[in-house]
Design a protein around this ligand. Structure first.
Ligand code: HEC
Length: 127
C-alpha cells in the first residue's frame, strides 16, 4: 500500500503538468487573412518572425529555438501538419490569445503585423 501511494505521488506532477491540446474555438476558423499570397506581407512577416518568434520556434519554425530546453510545453513546430492544417483564422486566434509560456501578441503586434507574420508561417507548409 505504501509503495502504491508513493508511486502515485511520484507520477502526479507529470499528470498535472501534461497540457491539454490547444484548440482554437470553431468560429475562429472563419477569420480571414486579408494578405493571402501577398509577397510584401510575407516579407514583412518574416522580419517580425525573426525578431519575436524565432527565439522559441526556431529560424525555420521547426520549434527548435534557443529557448527550447527551458520551456514546458515545448515550442510548437509550425511546419508540422498539426499547425499547417489549421486555418489562418485559428492561428490568428492563438497568436492573439497566447498560452503560457507563449504570451498573447495582441498588445505587441498590430492587426496587420499579426496577419503578416501568419502569412509567413503559412509559407512553411508550401513545399
Ligand atoms: C517564449 C517562447 C515563444 C515565443 C517567443 C513565441 N512562441 Fe509560439 N508557442 C510557444 C509554445 C511553448 C507553444 C506551444 C503552446 C502549447 O501548446 O500550449 C507555442 C505555440 C504557438 C502556436 C500554436 C501552434 C499549435 O499547436 O497550434 C502558434 C501559431 C505560435 N506559437 C506562433 C507564434 C508566433 C507567430 C510568435 C511570434 C509573434 C510566437 N509564437 C512566439 C512559445 C513561443
Amino acid at each position: 500500500m505504501k509503495t502504491l501511494l508513493f508511486s502515485v505521488f511520484l507520477i502526479l506532477p507529470f499528470i498535472v503538468s501534461a497540457q491539454t491540446p490547444w484548440v482554437a474555438p470553431p468560429d475562429s476558423k472563419e477569420i480571414i487573412n486579408p494578405f493571402t499570397d501577398n509577397e510584401q506581407a510575407i516579407e514583412r512577416g518574416s522580419e517580425i518572425f525573426d525578431l519575436l518568434c524565432s527565439v522559441c520556434h526556431g529560424e525555420t519554425g521547426m520549434g527548435d529555438g534557443v529557448t527550447l530546453e527551458y520551456l514546458n510545453p515545448k515550442p510548437a513546430n509550425l511546419t508540422s501538419k498539426k499547425v499547417q492544417s489549421q486555418t489562418a483564422g485559428e492561428i490568428y486566434w492563438k497568436v492573439t490569445t497566447g498560452r503560457p509560456p507563449m504570451q498573447s501578441y495582441v498588445n505587441v503586434l498590430s492587426v496587420n503585423e499579426t496577419w503578416q507574420v501568419i502569412s509567413f508561417i503559412k509559407t512553411f507548409g508550401v513545399e
